[in-house]
Design a protein around this ligand. Structure first.
Ligand SMILES: Cc1cc2nc3c(=O)[nH]c(=O)nc-3n(C[C@H](O)[C@H](O)[C@H](O)COP(=O)(O)OP(=O)(O)OC[C@H]3O[C@@H](n4cnc5c(N)ncnc54)[C@H](O)[C@@H]3O)c2cc1C
Length: 239
């Protein structure tokens, strides 16, 4: 068997959709401008800045729904398990372990990943692990992944169905999914899955889902800079 691919990063790619600040302004303006609101779709982002900040501050959320981000995400199964708890305004499609032979790609935390947990439930703080702990984590996870994948292949060779053989694989196996959302659902996700000092409600997400969230936030900031800035100005509370 070839050596599995051990990774310490996630892949997040914008693969489609359409999102800009002008769509927020136009959707809000239809309220009083009707057909003329279409003119706001042409942009003039600065004009919308005051309005977008007003909508965000006062939690008028629906104008932030008229856009779309379609992401391809490659991340470990334990990240997807947390991710797919976000139900509202999200669509998901994920790679099947019933229909395809799963590739041996496994997540191993990098040496930068804080390993030691302190404090109590809901208020955990993490600090760096020592060299011995990092070696234990990396080597332990690698050993189990190699063994589990060899077991998986053996079962397939013996004619066992993929859906049964996959039960032997650990949660740090990577999977692929499409995840599609709008800016409002994305902000709800970012508020919970990033840890920021400036947040009104500080969250304590698992680092690995935060890595995915950070990449998604870069896309959000690039496509909707005014909305992104208003989100930060409002304590990262989803409108
Ligand atoms: C730090 C952290 C720790 C967590 N720990 C755990 C854990 O230990 N165990 C666990 O099971 N989960 C845990 N979760 C997941 C969490 O409980 C939520 O499932 C997840 O954050 C999605 O949030 P949401 O329900 O607001 O999102 P969505 O499902 O996208 O919902 C968005 C919003 O829609 C409304 N809404 C959605 N569904 C309903 C409904 N049925 N009724 C009324 N209103 C609704 C709510 O206003 C909700 O905020 C954790 C999440 C975080 C960030």
């Amino acid at each position: 068997m070839t050596e599995p691919d051990f990774r310490d990063y996630m892949t997040v790619r914008l693969i489609g959709g359409g999102a800009d600040d002008a769509s927020v302004v136009a959707a809000a303006r239809v309220s009083t401008a009707g057909l003329d609101s279409l003119e706001y779709l042409e942009g003039g982002a600065d004009e919308g800045s005051g309005l977008i900040n007003f909508l965000m501050r006062n939690r008028h959320g629906t104008p932030f729904e008229h856009n779309q981000f379609r992401f391809y995400i490659h991340a470990p199964i334990f990240v997807f398990r947390e991710f797919q708890r976000h139900r509202v305004g999200w669509s998901y499609n994920e790679e099947s372990g019933r229909y395809t032979k799963l590739e041996p790609v496994f997540y191993i935390p990098s040496s930068q990943r804080k390993l030691v947990q302190e404090g109590k439930t809901g208020e955990y703080r993490f600090r760096a692990g020592n060299k011995e702990q990092h070696t234990l984590v990396a080597e332990g996870h690698k050993r189990v992944a190699r063994q589990a994948y060899a077991n998986y292949l053996r079962m397939l060779d013996m004619g066992v169905a993929k859906e049964v053989a996959r039960m032997t694989l650990p949660l740090n196996l990577y999977s692929s999914m499409y995840a599609t959302c709008n800016a409002r659902s994305l902000m709800a996700f970012l508020g919970l899955r990033t840890e920021r000092d400036e947040a009104t409600f500080r969250s304590t997400p698992m680092r690995e889902i935060e890595m995915v969230a950070e990449d998604m936030e870069d896309v959000f900031e690039a496509l909707m800079p005014i909305t992104h800035s208003a989100f930060n100005n409002s304590g990262r509370v989803c409108p």
